[in-house]
Design a protein around this ligand. Structure first.
Ligand code: ATP
Length: 346
């Protein structure tokens, strides 16, 4: 159906006793979007994915995939998932695991193709119990894509992978999304979100605190950072002078190294260099996704939101969301959830 969103979440809420894991999430994700879900530990990313997939029942609100209930979208084979708690049978080989899942789908990819897409051809004959953490993730990816889904959910897909494995994983993911499929992935690697997502949805304390393109979300922290080394004695007068240079919003220094956050880095630099000759190793950088993440999820005071982004970023939440909620050992929600989509559909 044209114009039917791939995902429609309407005021989703989920509480576990007194813990509000998801506190009213509304999201519309169109077919073809690649969306990163970001947020500190305990922000509600996994629970949101579980609710979208129908693996957990919302306390209130609704989730639809392709205009239908999650269950019927999964039954139709349009949805794949790679979840944190998703287990594979340890005694099967990787190829057998993929073939088993393929056998319950109506229009699966050929097993060899799913293995190749997930860069699993070389480990196809290895038993699941013998796989390294990164290999296991690849095997789970092969299992997730073999149903040839239009929509794929990935919960921390590169968690156990080294740098090279992560790079390879995202290459294979790119091939998948280049074909116009929809992907929603939760990650703690902010650089992955910045590089691979079209859209970033940032959660904090169960609520959406930012929703926009990577550059829109990064722009929530305006200004630039100037780092340099000073070969002079620090005293209160110097600190005062640096902190009041044009454009400067904040100053930090440790030993000879100092950092200025400035709204007008050109003006700051001109004044800095005309006032001080003993400054070297100057580096000017834009803010990163890490900065936006900290500003949005911890309400850091040295950043101010850019007014242009008010429409996309719910700044009223930035101020009052608590800092990162400590992750509890209670991953029981995921452990208790069905391990595979086949279990949901059955
Ligand atoms: N079954 C459960 N029982 C009690 N609390 C739960 C359960 N499942 C999740 N929670 C709590 O809900 C909140 C959100 O958890 P969730 O796993 O969705 O966060 P997350 O953003 O995915 O975190 P992480 O980045 O650590 O994976 C946390 O406070 C968590 O402890």
């Amino acid at each position: 159906m044209v114009n039917t969103p791939a995902i429609q979440l309407t005021d989703l809420k989920k509480s576990f006793g007194h813990i509000r894991a998801v506190a009213g999430v509304s999201l519309t994700i169109e077919p073809g979007e690649v969306v990163a879900l970001l947020g500190p530990n305990g922000a509600g990313k996994s629970t949101t994915i579980d609710l979208a997939l129908g693996l957990a029942h919302p306390t209130s609100g609704a989730a639809e995939l392709f205009g239908a209930s999650p269950r019927s979208a999964i039954e139709s084979g349009r949805v794949g998932a790679m979840l944190q708690g998703g287990a594979l049978l340890p005694t099967l080989t990787v190829a057998q695991s993929v073939a088993l899942v393929a056998s319950v789908h109506r229009h699966p990819l050929p097993v060899e193709e799913a293995l190749a897409r997930a860069r699993c051809t070389e480990i196809a004959k290895q038993r699941v119990s013998k796989l390294s953490g990164g290999q296991l993730q690849r095997a789970r990816f092969a299992v997730a894509v073999v149903s040839n889904p239009d929509l794929l959910f990935l919960d921390e897909p590169t968690a156990a992978m080294d740098v090279e494995a992560r790079r390879t994983f995202w290459q294979s993911m790119r091939e998948f999304t280049d074909e116009g499929r929809t992907v929603v992935f939760a990650t703690h690697y902010l650089d992955e979100a910045d590089t691979y997502a079209d859209r970033i949805v940032m959660l904090s304390a169960g609520r959406v605190v930012a929703d926009g393109s990577p550059s829109e979300v990064k722009a929530v922290v305006s200004g630039r950072r100037i780092r340099a080394t000073a070969d002079f004695e620090w005293n209160l007068d110097v600190e005062q002078e640096l902190a009041t240079l044009p454009g400067v919003r904040s100053l930090e220094h440790r030993g000879a190294h100092f950092t200025l956050v400035s709204d007008d880095s050109d003006a700051t630099l001109r004044s800095l260099l005309s006032a001080y000759q003993d400054i070297r190793d100057i580096e000017v950088t834009s803010h990163t996704m890490d900065d936006a993440f900290l500003a949005l999820t911890e309400g850091r005071s040295d950043f101010e939101a850019d007014a242009d982004n008010r429409a996309r970023v719910d700044l009223s939440l930035v101020a009052d969301v608590p800092g990162a909620i400590a992750a509890t050992s209670a991953k029981s929600s995921h452990d208790a959830a069905p391990a595979t989509l086949e279990e949901v559909a059955s």
